[in-house]
Design a binder for this molecule. Structure first.
Ligand SMILES: NC(=O)c1ccc[n+]([C@@H]2O[C@H](COP(=O)([O-])OP(=O)(O)OC[C@H]3O[C@@H](n4cnc5c(N)ncnc54)[C@H](OP(=O)(O)O)[C@@H]3O)[C@@H](O)[C@H]2O)c1
Length: 337
């Protein structure tokens, strides 16, 4: 299967190339594509580099599957052109996620929606939603879900290379004695992100929620095929380099014991579960790991139908590149590794 990566020079694209280098179901090196800005750039891929090319000059007819991580505008422009040329497109942006004709896929939850021979666009969900969807799917299967409430703590890498660079610059400034006001934002974040926490990701909606919070609401419902599910989210940006965390409260349709909850989570593919309520992983610990880690599992006091837990994952891997590579592998009738 011949692969292309659009957005190869970005944070997600580079993670994609590193994951693809160990897959045995792709033919040769993937075609690394970007805008004209990064054309000619050498990117690490296995034993040798691949050279980034301007997507506008690419031979689209030679591609079976293209994985996009180049933002919504590039996706809206290029995805129909790649599909027209005969490729399947796995897209990381939010451009197609609410299109009823486009499957929104987390392979461990609803992977049956795609398989070998699939053509057209397949959407990769929002990074926070993916890691929340895995434990929620396990709870839905074990006891039925009534409500999900999530508070996310999201790393700066979730905003791409620019987010990373803004934290570096501000942290260096503060360390050097600069008196930057916390209320002043930069080019990427709306307030100073260094030594701070910001409860605002994306544009404000008339309902009082920010865009990221609405993505979790809409996408979790779609992935679980539960349009009736009560889902709320408060999304925050924190000065963590990489790895998103979320504190989740789930209300279930029946009473459960903690042993039953831990067993259901531990049996779910893609999840790694801490066996006791006091154990957990942190974003920095799981950076570089493709699993979703659940810890701090406990009952809400006085209720056996409500559970609280902490979930962490690498947003560049399971939140983006790994989920997309898993989908591409399904299109090849193979298993990602
Ligand atoms: N970071 C995450 O955790 C995460 C998680 C899930 C989804 N995503 C999504 O993945 C996408 C990329 O994120 P990122 O973090 O990798 O961002 P990034 O580091 O800023 O990289 C952006 C990439 O997109 C390319 N690009 C931008 N505009 C383009 C255009 N008009 N035509 C062709 N290529 C273009 C850039 O190429 P140049 O180098 O040529 O500019 C670069 O390769 C976004 O849609 C984002 O929402 C990110």
């Amino acid at each position: 299967m011949r692969l292309a990566v659009l957005g190869a020079s970005g944070l997600v694209g580079r993670s994609m190339l590193s994951l693809l280098a160990r897959q045995d179901w792709i033919t040769g090196a993937p075609l690394a594509l970007s805008s004209a800005r990064s054309a000619g750039l050498e990117l690490p891929f296995g034993d040798g580099p691949v050279t980034c090319r301007d997507v506008a000059a690419a031979d689209l007819a030679s591609i079976d599957v293209a994985i996009f991580s180049a933002g919504g505008a590039a996706s809206r422009h290029w995805a129909p052109r790649f599909v027209q040329a005969g490729a399947a497109v796995v897209d990381n942006s939010s451009a197609w996620r609410q299109d009823p004709a486009v499957p929104l896929v987390v392979p461990e939850v609803n992977g049956h929606l795609v398989g070998p021979g699939h053509r057209g666009i397949i959407a990769n969900p929002n990074c926070s939603t993916i890691q929340i969807a895995l434990p929620c799917a396990a709870l839905e299967r074990a006891a039925g879900l009534r409500e999900v409430h999530a508070t996310t703590l999201q790393a700066v890498s979730g905003a791409g290379q620019g987010g990373h660079d803004e934290l570096v610059a501000q942290a260096n400034g503060l360390a050097g004695g600069e008196q930057a006001g916390a209320e002043r934002g930069g080019e990427v974040f709306p307030r100073r992100i260094a030594a701070n926490a910001i409860p605002e990701i994306g544009a404000l909606d008339g309902s009082g929620f920010f865009e990221e919070e609405l993505k979790v609401h809409r996408e979790l419902r779609r992935i679980l095929a539960r349009g009736d599910l009560a889902v709320t989210c408060t999304a925050t940006r924190v000065p963590v380099w990489n790895g998103h965390a979320a504190a989740v409260r789930a209300v279930l349709a029946q009473d459960v014991t903690l042993d039953e909850v831990v067993a259901a989570l531990a049996a779910w593919p893609g999840l790694a579960v801490a066996p006791t309520s006091g154990e957990y992983r942190t974003p920095a610990e799981v950076s570089g790991d493709v699993s979703v880690h659940v810890g701090r599992v406990r009952h809400e006091p006085g209720r056996r139908d409500a559970v609280l837990f902490w979930v962490v994952a690498d947003n560049l891997l399971k939140g983006a590149a790994w989920n997309a590579v898993q989908i591409a592998a399904r299109l090849a009738g193979a298993e990602a590794r």
